[in-house]
Design a protein. Sequence first.
Length: 323
Amino acid sequence: MRYVMALAVVVGWVGFGRTSEPPPAKGEVAFEPNGDQQKIPERYRLEPHKFDFELTKKKDLPLSGIEIHELRFPSPIKSKYPENNTVYCEYYVPKGTGPFPGVIVLDITGGDQTLSRTIARHLARNKIAGLFVQMAYYGPRRPKEGNVRLLSMDLAHTLNAVRQTVLDLRRATAWLESRPEIDKTRLGIMGTSLGSFVAALTGEMEPKLGRVAVLLGGGGFVDAFYDHPDAKPYRKIFEALGGTKKQLVDIIAPVDPLTRADLLKDRKLLIVAAKHDEIVPPKMADNLWKASGEQRIIWLNAGHLTAAIYLLPGLSELVEHFK
């Protein structure tokens, strides 16, 4: 019995002073649109409204000088999948009072999210708050049953998922804008690969995002992929059903950043493209660059996957762009 009591005392002292995970801080954010809403296509507009959020501190990294929090808020769109209707974010914020620039970070198509977390953490180490936002049907937003993804052969599903993600990101922008540690005049968005297309589209639809970075992306989906060898089987089926290239351009137009690239002319835009990109044809980056006012573009002597060798200098470019 003495040994049991002694063990209990030791365990008690070891645990003494530990704190459990803090309860989430709850609040409410008012979304107020900025600028001429008539310039924004109706499908991407949001009326003034309020939404709730929960913010939970997850990690304190004193050596890096940053804190990591989990942010949750409801999506303004309700899909038929309950898991997808909550937006999950990771907030990487520098220690201190700020005000700091705030940047939304979006992920690649099929990665394990390491890249986006690395970018968000690097931004925070350089006094730029990074908000890594899970796109529709990504991470914890993915339904437990069925193989549901943002990108699908079901065009209607994909169009709706992109719309939902853009509206989610407009709410995320409002949340950043509301934070006392954030300089609301220095908000931005960036993404890589698939995330870059969504970042460019959201940058067009949200005037509060004054700085946009597009990594390995661009615009002009149909022109780039319609005659691609990998698309041949799907094109044959589409055309057999009476579809035409012009019809496909019209269908895709609402999610193609090239459609309203003119809205990026008054943003500060950085495009990083790969000369030998085997997934996103280089002409897509060139299309977006020309249509958005021929701002800064960096060409890497690499392919889509081998562009990873430029990660370290690329991070420096991002810091300079958003800082």
